[in-house]
Design a protein around this ligand. Structure first.
Ligand code: PAF
Length: 281
C-alpha cells in the first residue's frame, strides 16, 4: 500500500489506473478505523481493481469546535489496518492540502439535508458535501462506499452527486455492530465504562419497536415509546428520534406515507458522547 499525502500524487496514480481501464473504489473516512470501516474496504476490494481510502478529519463538517478537537486521530494504526486489508492507496492529506483556501461553496442540498442532523448541526452537511465533492473530483471513482449508520448522510451525498453531475455508483453498506448490538463508531472509544454498558440499549429499544409497528401503532406512537424508553435508561438522552421516508428523509405521519420504506433515526447523548443509530421498519 502506498500512503499519498498530496492531491497531485493521488491524481497521477489514479489517472494511470484509469488509463489502464481499471475500476476504482473509494472509501472516504475520517480515520479512527474500526471493523465497520473495514467492511466497506472489503466490499470495495471485492468490487474494484483499485481501492483508495481517504483518512481526513474534515474540519468544515464540525459545527462544534470541541467535537473536532476531541475526534479520535489514530493515523499510524489506521494505515497499518488499511495495508493489511489490501488497500492500494491511503490518501492522508493535511488540512492545507485539501483547503489551500477556505471553501466557500454553499450546496443547494434541499429538504434531505434540512431534517434531523441538518436541523441539529447547522452547516454539517454542507461541510460533508464540500469534502466528498472534492474527494470525488480528485479520485473520480467508479464506486464510493458509505456506511448506513450515517443514513441521512448517504441521502445527502446522493443529492450532492446529482447536482454536481458525478456519475459515481454510491454504495450504501449495512451497519456493523458489536455482539451486544452497539453500532460501531469511532466515537465509541470515548464512552466511559458505564456509558459502554448502557449504550447497547439504544439498538435493543429500536429493535423492540419493530413489534409496535406490527401491532398497528402509528409512527407518532412508536416515536413516543422509543423516546420514553431510551430516556428511561439512566445516562442516555435522546436528541431526536424521527421516523422518515428512506429516500426523502422527511418525517412521516403514517407508514404508507413512507413510499420508499420507513427508517427510524436516532441521536442519543451518552454522557458527552453523541451516538447515532437507525432501524428500518
Ligand atoms: O462519514 C464520515 O466519516 C464522514 O462524514 C466522511 C463521509 C468521510 C466525510 O468526511
Amino acid at each position: 500500500m502506498e500512503i499519498i499525502k498530496t492531491t497531485a500524487g493521488l491524481s497521477t496514480r489514479l489517472s494511470e489506473a484509469r488509463e489502464a481501464g481499471k475500476s476504482i473504489g473509494l472509501v472516504p473516512t475520517m480515520g479512527a478505523l474500526h471493523a465497520g470501516h473495514l467492511s466497506l474496504v472489503e466490499r470495495a476490494r471485492r468490487e474494484n481493481d483499485i481501492v483508495v481510502v481517504s483518512v481526513f478529519v474534515n474540519p468544515t463538517q464540525f459545527n462544534n469546535p470541541d467535537d473536532l478537537r476531541t475526534y479520535p486521530r489514530t493515523v499510524d494504526a489506521d494505515c497499518r489496518l488499511l495495508s493489511e486489508a489490501g488497500v492500494d492507496y491511503a490518501f492522508v492529506p493535511s488540512v492545507d492540502e485539501i483547503y489551500p483556501e477556505p471553501d466557500t461553496r454553499v450546496f443547494n442540498l434541499g429538504p434531505v439535508a434540512e431534517t434531523m442532523e441538518g436541523a441539529m448541526r447547522p452547516g454539517h452537511f454542507n461541510g460533508v458535501a464540500q469534502i466528498v465533492s472534492k474527494l470525488f473530483a480528485m479520485t473520480n471513482p467508479t464506486r464510493a462506499y458509505f456506511g448506513e449508520k450515517d443514513f441521512q448522510q448517504i441521502a445527502v451525498i446522493r443529492r450532492m452527486a446529482e447536482i454536481e453531475n458525478f456519475s459515481i455508483d454510491i454504495v450504501a453498506c449495512p451497519i456493523c455492530r458489536e455482539a451486544d448490538g452497539l453500532a460501531l463508531s469511532s466515537r465509541n472509544v470515548r464512552l466511559t465504562r458505564e456509558g459502554r454498558a448502557i449504550a447497547p440499549s439504544i439498538h435493543r429499544i429500536l429493535k423492540e419497536s419493530l413489534i409496535l409497528k406490527e401491532n398497528g401503532q402509528s409512527p407518532a406512537e412508536v416515536k413516543k415509546s422509543v423516546n420514553e424508553r431510551i430516556n428511561a435508561v439512566d445516562g442516555l438522552e435522546t436528541e431526536y428520534y424521527e421516523i422518515v421516508d428512506a429516500l426523502t428523509m422527511q418525517p412521516v405521519s403514517t407508514w404508507d406515507e413512507a413510499v420508499n420504506g420507513a427508517v427510524g433515526c436516532v441521536t442519543v447523548y451518552c454522557g458527552d458522547v453523541r451516538l447515532i443509530d437507525n432501524i428500518k421498519y
